[in-house]
Write a protein that binds this ligand. Structure first.
Ligand SMILES: [Ca+2]
Length: 138
């Protein structure tokens, strides 16, 4: 299967996934995902430690990045858009801290922050400056 991706996408061979980063345009999670879909991907799946290390190597230094990780699909279990569970720990200290059934405070979506490239759960209507898109991979 061939997938058309942006020319600046970087691809990780072992999962056959390609990644690209864009300004989010101050968009919330669903808009960021819609914009990734329009470019041939979706908000990123970074499902294993190897892929995480690859992505950190490529995009580390950028801070405030939407990923596709969320617990919307299988509350309260975080899953990547391609359905894979979270199998490693890249959470910042004290995170995740927004797993709740209260719609006004639940942090169902996940962004990456700081030079340490760590995950934070966040309300899906928050607007980090970047979005990381990927193909689903295998
Ligand atoms: Ca949080």
């Amino acid at each position: 299967m061939y997938v058309i991706v942006p020319v600046d996408a970087v691809c990780y061979n072992s999962t056959q996934q390609c990644f690209w980063i864009r300004s989010s345009g101050s968009s919330e999670r669903d808009t960021a995902n819609t914009n990734c879909l329009a470019e041939g991907g979706e908000l990123s799946t970074i499902a294993t430690q190897d892929v995480w290390d690859f992505v950190k190597n490529e995009f580390g230094g950028t801070t405030g990045i939407w990923t596709g990780l969320s617990y919307r699909m299988a509350k309260p279990v975080f899953r990547w858009p391609n359905g894979q569970p979270l199998t490693y720990d890249a959470w910042n200290t004290g995170e995740p801290n927004g797993i709740t059934n209260d719609p006004s405070t639940q942090q169902e979506c996940v962004s990456i922050w700081y030079t340490s490239f760590k995950m934070h759960d966040a309300v899906c209507s928050s607007t980090p400056p970047y979005r990381l898109c990927s193909t689903p991979g295998m």
